[in-house]
Design a protein around this ligand. Sequence first.
Ligand SMILES: [Zn+2]
Length: 392
Amino acid sequence: MAVRNGVGTGLALSLHRGGKGVATLRPYKTPTLILTILLCLTMPVFAQMTIQQTLDAIGPGATMSWDPLLRTGAFNAGPDTAAFITGDPGEMSYILVNYRQVYSAPSPYLENNQLYFPTDFVSNLQRIFGRQNMVPGTIPQAQSQAPSQQVPGTTEGTNEEAFHISAIIIDPGHGGKDPGAKGKHSIEGKTVEAVEKNIVLEVSLRLEKLLKAAYPGKKILMTRRDDSFPSLEERVDIANNVPIAGNEAIIYISVHANASLNEKANGFEVWYLRSDYKRNLVNPDDYADRPELIPIMNDMLDAEFNNESDVIARSILSRYAEEMKDSMQNRGIKEEDWFVVRNSRMPAVLVELGFVTNQDDARIMTGEEGLNKMAKALYNGIGDFIKNFETQ
Ligand SMILES: [Zn+2]
């Protein structure tokens, strides 16, 4: 895999965390007299703070990661993440909360290779992580996975429900007039046709059933449930139009099967977007009056979605390997810019279940036992990611 550009990489200072964080957010424009007095009482009066002082101000268990190349970083505590980008001292910048909501704050900056955080930035972090739970309210509904615009904000809110996956989109590849890859084999005296569109639908329907049973509170959506052919654009639209709240996220799993002219080629692999590919994740209409936000938001979201996609890919691959044992080869993680992955505004992966052109793979992929195993492997992999994501 190529170098990951993510705020999850780089420096990580780790302490243990105490109680559950309740993020209370207020826009930067409202440092009132009371707040100023409170701040003076609760933190030493510095114009700026170091990383350690900032972590101490957030509370026990807070961590920070920093990507020197992108000049972005993120503070984490409990289920909440507050990402930032550095600028010049005195400049205004943004805090991206849980990769979905934006707030203005004075910019953190680098001086002699040290990161400094203005006290107003830190007081915003304290509110985000619930140290100053001053303003009850609710976070308004966002219209899409792309962050809702709340800058300059009048929105005040409490993140009452933890950040969670609200929808899983399963995309069985091909369908209808498009059969996908095909292989024909003579297995135990019988001619077996392994057709990608049928295999991926069978596995996806089983996966849907498992996920629906395990997660009654989540939307489990299919881009097709029969032998129809939604276009690639339609599949992406289904994904990008799922309405979600500010503390919700969606993941996208595209299911395919492989083929090769070399009938010996075999095994499963999981793909996600090449990390040097920059997606357009932000809807420009949402930022009509703050266009300068678009590239910043895009970079931050891109880094985060790549990170999450990488974790989903690894979770699925490891469960697939566990399920298949020696019966199928693990071809690993791959990076490519597939249409459906490239155009979905969310973490997305593409699974190649096996090779329809390989006799051993085809036997597994056309048998009841094999189909169940593949669905179970995907289900377990997604389950591992959800657990990791929702309790981090
Ligand atoms: Zn395919």
